[in-house]
Design a protein around this ligand. Sequence first.
Ligand SMILES: C[S@@+](CC[C@H](N)C(=O)[O-])C[C@H]1O[C@@H](n2cnc3c(N)ncnc32)[C@H](O)[C@@H]1O
Length: 277
Amino acid sequence: MAENRTIPTAKSVPEFLGQISDSKRKADCITIFSLFLILLVWRTPVLSQETVQHDRVHPGFSERVEERERMVKKGIAGYPYHPVKDPLVLQAMRRVPRHLFVPKEYRKLAYRNSPLLIGHNQTISQPFIVAHMSELLELEPEHRVLEVGTGSGYQAAVLGELCNHVYTIEIVVPLGRKAEKLLKELGYNQVQVRIGDGYEGWPEAAPFDRIIVTCAPEKIPQPLLEQLAPDGRMVIPVGRQFGTQYMVEVTKDRKGRISQKQHYPVRFVPMTGKSEE
Ligand SMILES: C[S@@+](CC[C@H](N)C(=O)[O-])C[C@H]1O[C@@H](n2cnc3c(N)ncnc32)[C@H](O)[C@@H]1O
């Protein structure tokens, strides 16, 4: 074979050319296959090394399980305009005992798909909104997540079901203290609560892969944009208290360039503190 290839006779030229094109085809195939492999490795996200522990033992987790299941089926996965599809978010919504985050007088209503009063003129958000904002964040277990507006602590608990590093800030002192105590009792040890003005973010813990804001500023606070990591994502309601507010998704690319996408109109309590100045 080798001799035929090196010294082709007139007769064997077509055979020789056939061999060349055979081996050329093989080489081409190998090159294309190698390029394909390189592309595959390059585009495949590195699989998360971390997992979130769900071995919480508080009896509240086994109470009212069927009501939570119905809430998820009808009001979240079955929400007519924006059904939430992320299975991990749906699982988190099934797990967290919302009735423990609302005042006793509203516990009966805890699994309706509506916001409820939690005192100090503040509210716990509608379950659909909690789930949809969590879905928009595209969370991974290893993400560092900042929440502005702890309120009852419910959204922080949902985040605690999805990732291992949650930082949440509340400006109303008794709300922040109460939420911190409940989150500890329920076993959300990876959620850190701070009392303060979330407009400023949490500089010592920054940068954050994800930021979620559950009160509405008129403009996105600059410190939050700065504390968002490259490749980061923020979900925030923006607009005036009695005007139109929109759910906004902010992304920062690897080079630090910011883009925004406006989703549906919403109604959130205003961001107080420095945001109002
Ligand atoms: C709709 S409620 C939050 C709901 C909460 N995420 C939950 O799951 O219960 C909005 C919260 O944002 C808080 N808030 C308003 N302005 C704030 C600010 N500048 N910094 C931190 N929290 C703020 C309010 O006190 C209120 O508790």
